[in-house]
Design a protein around this ligand. Structure first.
Ligand SMILES: Nc1ncnc2c1ncn2[C@@H]1O[C@H](COP(=O)(O)OP(=O)(O)OP(=O)(O)O)[C@@H](O)[C@H]1O
Ligand SMILES: [Mg+2]
Length: 348
């Protein structure tokens, strides 16, 4: 299959002339890359996808697929496959006819249409389902038909807008694995919209985090998780403790939990937010020097880990203790905690 790069340059979109649904969005996606758009409801993910697909027009800016500008092409001339959230299969058509539909639109002859539709269904593991209608399929199978329909005309890029939103957890996880397999087998560029951060973390080469129409950060899942550039990204992805701090100029910061040492440098007296992920805080043993008393307010037992919610001085803190250590805390109102300096990330 083909794969092409995709470039958005300073793309803006306003539906009403006042509020920006997409605000100066710039992004380069490499050929064959799997990129997720992640962000809260209303942050501009679908709007951006619709502009790439050609169903919405940017107010300003440029979109390029490979080496050509596509801004003036109608959707069917862009060679982009699209899977929507509520997969919108034609209910009265058979599975084979649903999949062949984009080929019909492109005037492909009957024999070729049947061959390619069978091939696309095989790619998503649905051989033998050609004659059924959508109501005779499970949710996951319908989703795979929608995917086959997006693959069948060998698009340069596939856009997926929350394609798994309607599925239950087990089926969702199964389809995540399937989608990754298809991505790997075909080598096609994929842009995947989700507001499920775990899904974005597990599936993506890179994640673009959207907030209020803007991309706050683009990076690998590890960059986004361990080195968020803004407070929004730090708090939207994963569980977090964000501690307001004032730099002492030598890597140390004054904070409500005392002086915190980091590996970063920042100008003296500059304000910063420190990120300390809950799983980076550990129960300290008595031999440890840099330990602090933590007051425990609530614990929530997940089995494999225990979430401890409490306070270090006046600072509210969340800590995740591996299940195997959690028994040490049974009935405790206080414990001693510690963390490694290099695990403290300075946001800004
Ligand atoms: N057709 C439209 N007409 C007017 N405003 C719109 C239209 N579509 C979206 N908007 C507005 O544009 C903004 C971005 O919406 P968009 O659908 O892109 O968000 P989203 O990130 O996909 O959210 P969700 O996760 O809920 O799907 C929102 O404020 C929304 O109300
Ligand atoms: Mg949306």
């Amino acid at each position: 299959m083909n794969a092409r790069s995709l470039t958005l340059r300073n793309v803006n979109k306003s539906y009403d002339g006042k509020h920006m649904a997409a605000d100066d969005v710039s992004l380069s996606i490499k050929a064959g890359e799997f990129v997720s758009f992640l962000g809260p409801s209303g942050s501009g993910k679908t709007t951006t996808l619709m502009m790439i697909a050609g169903f919405q027009h940017p107010t300003s800016g440029e979109i390029r697929l490979g080496d050509r500008a596509i801004d003036n092409l109608p959707p069917h001339k862009r060679n982009i496959g699209m899977v929507f959230q509520n997969y919108a299969l034609f209910p009265h058509m058979t599975v084979a006819d649903n999949v062949a539909f984009p080929l019909r639109m492109r005037g492909v002859d009957k024999a070729e249409k049947e061959r390619r539709s069978r091939e696309a269904l095989a790619k998503v593991g649905l051989q033998g389902f050609e004659k059924r209608v959508p109501s005779e399929l499970s949710g996951g199978q319908q989703q795979r038909v929608a995917l086959a329909r997006a693959l069948v005309f060998q698009p340069d890029i596939i856009l997926l807008d929350e394609p798994l939103g309607a599925l239950d957890k087990a089926l969702r996880e199964h389809m995540q694995v399937e989608l990754k397999r298809i991505h790997k087998d075909l080598g096609v560029t994929m842009v995947y919209v989700t507001h499920d951060q775990t899904e974005a973390m597990t599936m993506s080469d890179r994640i673009a985090v959207f907030n209020q129409g803007r991309i706050e950060q683009v990076g690998t899942p590890n960059e986004i998780y361990f080195a968020p550039k803004t407070r929004f990204v730090a708090s939207f992805i994963g569980d977090s403790n964000i501690i307001s701090a004032s730099s002492m100029g030598d890597g140390r910061f004054e904070t409500p939990v005392g002086i915190v040492e980091t590996a970063a440098t920042a100008g003296r007296n500059s304000k910063a937010d420190l990120l300390l992920r809950p799983e980076m805080i550990r129960i300290a043993d008595t031999a440890q020097t840099n330990r602090q008393p933590m007051k425990i307010d609530t614990t929530i037992n997940y089995g494999d880990n225990l979430l401890v919610i409490g306070k270090l001085g006046s600072q509210a803190i969340r800590m995740r203790v591996p299940g195997i250590d959690a028994r040490k805390l049974t009935g405790a109102a206080e414990c001693h905690v510690t963390w490694r300096n290099e695990d403290v990330h300075v946001i800004a």
